[in-house]
Ligand binder design. Structure first.
Ligand SMILES: Cc1ncc(COP(=O)(O)O)c(C=O)c1O
Length: 402
């Protein structure tokens, strides 16, 4: 059976070049980058080279790159490392749980957080961030792109607000990295987190941009690694893999790969939306009434990552569709997540104003940058069949599910 993986926002496979770059650092070049002998020097050189690549990727100085274990650690470091009792933090209600749970824990330590809600399009209005600022506000943390809808957030405008009001600004760029060109200097953020496994690098490795002079306290203490900002023997092979993945991602942004991906995604989206009783989640904003809009409202697209589309299906349980598609060889993810054993509708879709039923009946298709026309053809063959089959059986369709 054909297998098509369309869950790239969950994780991505290594590209062969990444695997090859990492290979020597598990065996021949196994040294500890802190050792002074030849083995250590080889490891140190590799870490330094990857740091240079990441500095180019972020557009910062190499000394402003801190390697860590990934997005969760970067997000936690931003909040726990900067906020103290009595401080106020501003974030959004559509962040990843690595931010939301950190904010929740900080509430017990006397840090208050304002969670700014998105518009129905999935976009955060920078004016809502500005309105939330108080004299005690120390940190704003907003994601570059949302993991469920792909919607890019207006981080440059938020960066200006942070600069004008003297507030630190952290960006969770885990889902945006490699999908759009960004520049920490132009945005004016103080901290930015990324994770290798979302961009064809290995799991358990990531990096943070930490603007020089930002008083962020390390989460881990011990040795003097990473300029005392993150203790622990460097994961040399992982760091090399991240550097290679970032290098390849920079090429992809220039060689038309991302534009090609957007075209594929658009074809997939149009094909799925041709099924009756479906609609796009977010990604469109209601504009002023237009002369030819018929209904008195016009819709305009909001910027989003080239690989993502999130679609609701009436009279369906999203989870049932995920399982049915998996049985046909197609991997996607649903609009709900498992929290403490219970399946909850997506907090992102709910924050955008979807009701529970529609949030549960939503699917995220997120394409790998290696996706092909044949992959899209296969998915467009399988999805309508699965939807029709499930609707014929579905207790939702029969009106027996509340
Ligand atoms: C937006 C966002 N932030 C943070 C993370 C966590 O990253 P990691 O898996 O590297 O801990 C994820 C992972 O899904 C994510 O999508």
């Amino acid at each position: 059976m054909r297998r098509v993986y369309m869950d790239a926002n969950a994780t991505t496979p290594l590209l062969p070049e990444v695997m090859e770059a990492m290979r020597p650092y598990w065996m021949e070049h196994f040294g500890n980058a802190s050792s002074i002998h030849l083995h250590g020097q080889q490891a140190r050189t590799a870490v330094d080279q990857a740091r240079e690549t990441m500095a180019e990727f972020f557009n910062c100085h190499p000394a402003e790159v801190v390697f860590n274990s990934g997005g969760t650690e970067g997000d936690n470091t931003a909040l726990f490392g900067l906020l103290h009792p009595g401080d106020h933090c501003i974030t959004t209600s559509i962040e990843h749980s690595a931010i939301l749970e950190a904010a929740k824990r900080l509430a017990h330590r006397g840090v208050e957080t304002t969670f700014v809600a998105p518009q129905p399009s999935g976009l955060i209005d920078p004016m809502d961030i500005l309105r939330a600022i108080r004299p005690q506000t120390r940190l704003i943390s907003v994601m570059l792109a949302n993991n469920e809808t792909g919607v890019f957030q207006p981080v440059e405008e938020i960066g200006k607000i942070a600069a004008d009001t003297g507030v630190f600004f952290h960006i969770d760029a885990v889902q945006g990295a490699g999908k759009v060109k960004f520049d920490v200097r132009r945005i004016g953020c103080h901290l930015l987190s990324i994770s290798a496994h979302k961009m064809h690098g290995p799991k358990g490795i990531g990096a943070m941009f930490v603007r020089r002079g930002t008083p962020v306290e390390p989460l881990l203490v011990g040795g003097s690694h990473e300029r005392r900002q993150r203790a622990g023997t460097e994961n040399v092979a992982g760091i090399v893999g991240l550097g290679k993945a970032a290098e390849l991602a920079m090429h992809s942004l220039q060689d038309g790969t991302i534009d090609r991906l957007a075209t594929l995604r658009d074809r997939l989206e149009a094909g799925v939306l041709a099924i009756s009783g479906t609609g796009l989640n977010g990604a469109q904003t209601l504009g002023a009434p237009g002369p030819d809009s018929g209904t008195g409202e016009s819709r305009s697209p909001v910027p989003r990552t080239a690989n993502t589309t999130n679609i609701w299906f009436d009279q369906l349980e999203g989870e049932a569709l995920v399982i049915a598609l998996d049985l046909k060889g197609v991997a996607v993810s649903g609009g709900s997540a498992c929290h403490s054993g219970a399946t909850e509708p997506s907090h992102v879709l709910m924050a955008m104003g979807l009701d529970k039923t529609r949030a549960r009946a939503s699917l995220r298709f997120s394409l790998l940058k290696t996706a092909t026309d044949a992959d899209v053809d296969y998915v467009l063959k399988v999805v309508p069949q699965a939807v029709e089959h499930l609707r014929a059986l579905s207790p939702v369709a029969a009106g027996t599910l509340g």
